[in-house]
Structure formats: C-alpha cells, structure tokens
Ligand binder design. Structure first.
Ligand SMILES: C[S@@+](CC[C@H](N)C(=O)[O-])C[C@H]1O[C@@H](n2cnc3c(N)ncnc32)[C@H](O)[C@@H]1O
Length: 276
C-alpha cells in the first residue's frame, strides 16, 4: 500500500507567523480545531478500536468500520476516479489517493474546509491525484458519467434538497458504479446540527434511480457519539485554550445540544448503485 505523510504542520496550526499574529482569522480558527490534541484525544479514547487514525475529528465521525465499508465497495485503485461529496478537510479522499493511487475530486460548501483539503493534499505528497472545489453537492458542475464511484460521509443530512442532490450524484456516476457513505436520519429538525428533519433516504435513493444494496444503522453509533461528546464537554477548558473563539464555541454548543436530540436520530450507512 502507498503511504502519505499526515500533512499536519509542526507549528501550532501550520500557518506562517504573519498570519498567527492576526486576530480572529477565520481560517486560523477553523484550522485550530483540527490541530487540537484534546479534541483528537476525546475521539480517540471514546472510539477506541473504532478510531480511524487518518480522521479529522470533530468534523469526521468516520469509524474504522465506516472506512472499511466504503473501501470494500468502491475498490479504489490507480484506475478509478472517485467523487467525495461534502469532502470537508478531505481525509477520506487523501486515504484513497495515498493508499490506493485513486484520483479523487472533492466538493464542499465550506471554503475554509476546501482550503484545508488543498493544503493537506499538497503536504500529503498525493496532490497530483486530488482536486477540491467549493460548491454544492446538488450542483457540482462535473460532467455526466465522469466518476467510477462516489462517497459521502455524514453530509446528506445537511443538504436542503436531498432529492436534487441524489439526482445530481446519479448523473455524475458512470452506469453500474456505486455511491457509498453514511448519513443521519433526523425525525425532527436538529438545532445542534442546523439540519432539517428527513429520514426517508431509501425513498430518495429510489427516486433518483439508484438500486439499494445496503441500507442499515451503523454499529454502536449512539455509544460512540455520546462518549465523544462527554469527553468534549469534560475537556471544555483545554478545548478553549487550544481551539480559537468561534470554532471552540461551535463545537461546545454542538456538544451540549446534540445529546438531547439523539432519540430522534439514527446514523445509517448505505451502498447504492446507478443501474447499468
Ligand atoms: C460532518 S462534515 C463531514 C466532512 C467529511 N465528509 C468528513 O467526513 O470528514 C459535513 C460537511 O458537509 C458539508 N456540506 C453541508 N452541506 C453541503 C452541501 N449542500 N454541499 C456541499 N457540502 C456540504 C459541510 O460544509 C461539511 O464540511
């Protein structure tokens, strides 16, 4: 298997000193979340054997099982071109590019996440296989039938028009190729996630013309998330020291509000195909 460097700077957040001197730089605040040892250790301890070393907690909630699930179904290789819908900082795409030689294109609505994905692609050594852009998964701008597979980790729950997004994803896939990932069913609107109520993924996949191979709850999601959230809340002081202003506030607000919503939520994984 190929290997990439992790791509985290040795300085606190890997930014030049001139930028560190500036107050409340939104990118610096965003980046400080991913450099926080406390946040990472909250996830590592709570997830235990399910902690995926290459992940970017708290944005990435992917477990080792999730990554195996996606990898086994997409068969990344030097011959495959994959789309990452809602790529965030790009950890899964980097894994496929570095570990398997796949070409990966990622799209995300957050320009700060895209900036981080681009930076880490360069330092990973697989920058030539990775391309990222800011945009909406419902309107990617990518050509028809241009990908051998697509994945999306914990993103669809945020998308306003799921049906439009799934039609778009079907459009960019070659016939016979798969779309794999995870999302959350929300039976009520989530204030913690700023996400609308939606739980009929099977219906939306079928409407978009996908055939469903697997649609099921992810193992132990409730305990893993609850433990990670408790660890975050218990480490509030350290998190405030390591993570800058708005990024720390967002994480702590989420950690306080999310547990009360879990009775209306379920984390799911899916593997669906565009028919031949
Ligand atoms: C929980 S993060 C997951 C990021 C990444 N998939 C991972 O696992 O590390 C959710 C991501 O979805 C992105 N997102 C939400 N709605 C989107 C949309 N309509 N189009 C593109 N990205 C979106 C957010 O900006 C955020 O980066």
């Amino acid at each position: 298997m190929l290997k990439c460097s992790r791509g985290w700077g040795s300085s606190r957040i890997g930014l030049p000193r001139s930028e560190e001197a500036m107050d409340l730089d939104p990118y610096r605040a965003f980046r400080s979340l991913f450099a926080s040892k406390t946040v990472r250790s909250a996830w590592a301890k709570s997830y235990g054997k399910q902690f995926w070393e290459a992940s970017e907690p708290s944005q990435s909630q992917a477990t080792v099982d999730d990554i195996k699930f996606v990898t086994q179904r997409l068969h990344p290789s030097a011959e495959t071109k994959l789309a990452d819908l809602g790529c965030g900082g790009g950890c899964v795409g980097r894994y496929f590019a570095c570990g398997f030689g796949a070409d990966v294109e990622g799209i995300d609505a957050d320009p700060l996440a895209i900036r981080m994905a681009e930076e880490l692609a360069v330092t990973s050594g697989a920058g030539h296989r990775l391309r990222f852009k800011t945009g909406d998964v419902s309107k990617t701008g990518w050509r028809d039938s241009s990908f051998d597979g697509a994945f999306s980790m914990d993103v669809l729950l945020f998308v306003a028009d799921k049906r439009a997004a799934l039609h778009e994803i079907a459009r960019i896939l070659k016939p016979g190729s798969g779309f794999v990932g995870t999302s959350w069913e929300l039976r009520a609107e989530s204030a913690a996630l700023h996400a609308p109520a939606f739980d009929d993924y099977p219906g939306a996949f079928k409407d978009a013309g996908f055939e469903i191979e697997i649609y099921e709850e992810t193992r132990n999601w409730r305990r893993l998330l609850t433990d990670a959230i408790s660890a975050v809340v218990a480490s509030e002081d350290a998190i405030r020291r390591e993570v800058e202003g708005p990024a720390a506030e967002r994480l702590l607000r989420w950690a306080r509000a999310r547990p009360g919503e879990l009775d209306h939520s379920r984390r799911v994984r899916f593997s669906v195909q565009r028919p031949v």
